[in-house]
Design a binder for this molecule. Structure first.
Ligand code: NI
Length: 182
């Protein structure tokens, strides 16, 4: 297993749409192991292909002692009910904002062996799945913020790019433990 480099905001790969995996084989199995390892070392609870520079529809997740890999994930059901909770991202280190997501989603796809899997996820796991599937479409959680917060986040990211520190008094100070990064 190998720890891969996590791409961060500004890397164009994060804005590209990942392609479906045609055949799940050894390449994806090895990638799945490396992504799980990378996610755990980070540490984070989810990691998508583009975040390690691989434009394939694959992500790993680990929530409450359960973990897995989903290839070619599709959301087949979404609850009408939404819920808002704080979210971070390994590709946007230090940023934490409340994001509205569907409370429940059903996700279908393949595991790292190419076998069909289906999950009825809710709350935290549903949030992780929605966040990671967004990554496969080049969408970052800051895109889902209301205008004012999105502007603030972009300003902070621009400052970070210039080497300025995160504002200390801002509400985005990491209130959520870094384990929650997705
Ligand atoms: Ni993320």
């Amino acid at each position: 297993m190998a720890v891969l480099t996590i791409r961060t905001f500004g890397d164009p790969v994060l804005r590209q749409k990942a392609r479906p995996v045609e055949d799940v084989g050894d390449v994806q199995r090895r990638l799945s192991e490396d992504m799980l390892e990378t996610m755990r070392v980070a540490p984070g609870v989810g990691l998508a292909g583009p975040q390690v520079g691989v434009l394939e529809r694959i992500f790993t997740w680990e929530v409450e002692d359960e973990f897995g890999t989903i290839v070619n994930p599709v959301i087949t059901k979404r609850s009408r009910r939404m819920f808002t909770d704080e979210e971070g991202c390994l590709s946007l280190p230090g940023l934490v904002y409340p994001v509205e997501r569907h409370l429940k989603v059903s996700v279908e796809g393949l595991d790292e062996n190419g076998d069909r899997v289906e999950f009825d996820a809710e709350e935290h796991l549903a949030r992780v799945f929605q966040h990671e599937i967004d990554h496969l479409d080049g969408v970052l959680f800051i895109d889902r913020l209301p205008d004012d917060l999105r502007r603030e986040a972009r300003r902070i990211l621009a400052d970070q790019a210039l080497g300025l520190p995160l504002p200390r008094s801002n509400h985005i100070r990491t209130r959520v433990p870094t384990e929650e990064a997705l």
